[in-house]
Design a binder for this molecule. Structure first.
Ligand code: SF4
Ligand code: SF4
Length: 192
């Protein structure tokens, strides 16, 4: 089992004894997650199909079902300060398979947005991805190795994205600037 570090000894103690502390529950958090995700998170009946479908689960301590429970119980701090929040690959397997037609992926995305907004720790690689998108329009920009493979496959060296049409990059930068994402990513990374 991966050793967890929430940076909050009181929370770590509570998590160890597995009791549900009503005082930790924030109903507004449940409502906010539901609103941001646009999915019916309150309909989760904890069947576990999502975790059983999740490619991250066998490789880490990340359990999407736990986050679904936290969404329902309003356990804001448990959810937003858990480093596992950032281990979802957004593959959408859980959302394809949920028998209640919930979109757990979007619940995670909503929680990540709330974590960023409320100043919880965001992994460095996510912040670097923001910088790359700002610069190139891609979270994973093309490189010479990929270009050579594309060429061998008879494809253009660059895909028909901002790599081919860099004139669209300012539009992407405008969106990121609107949410202050690039400036915040720069600030947090410079403080590390
Ligand atoms: S598959 Fe759907 S209903 Fe089942 S635990 Fe996951 S989110 Fe809840
Ligand atoms: S979207 Fe995230 S939580 Fe859902 S199966 Fe994929 S990695 Fe797991």
């Amino acid at each position: 089992m991966v050793e967890k570090n929430y940076g909050n000894p009181e929370l770590e103690n509570k998590l160890r004894d597995r009791n549900y502390y009503v005082t930790d529950s924030n109903k507004d958090f449940s409502a906010e997650v539901k609103k941001l995700s646009g999915t019916i998170s309150h309909m989760c009946y904890q069947c576990g199909t999502c975790t059983g479908s999740c490619p991250s689960a066998p490789r880490s301590s990340y359990r999407i079902r736990v986050f679904m429970r936290r969404a329902i119980l309003g356990l804001e701090e448990e959810a937003l300060s858990d480093p596992d929040l950032w281990l979802c690959t957004t593959c959408y397997s859980c959302s394809d398979r949920c028998p209640r037609d919930i979109l757990p992926t979007d619940v995670i995305m909503a929680m990540r947005n709330l974590a960023f907004k409320t100043g919880h720790a965001v992994p460095k690689n996510f912040l670097q991805t923001v910088q790359l998108i700002y610069k190139t329009g891609h979270g994973v920009p093309n490189n010479d190795a990929n270009r050579a493979v594309r060429e061998r496959l008879g494809l253009p060296r660059d895909p028909p994205t901002t790599h081919t049409y860099p004139e669209y990059i300012p539009g992407i930068q405008k969106i990121l600037d609107h949410y202050n994402l690039k400036a915040e990513a720069d600030r947090i990374l410079s403080e590390e």
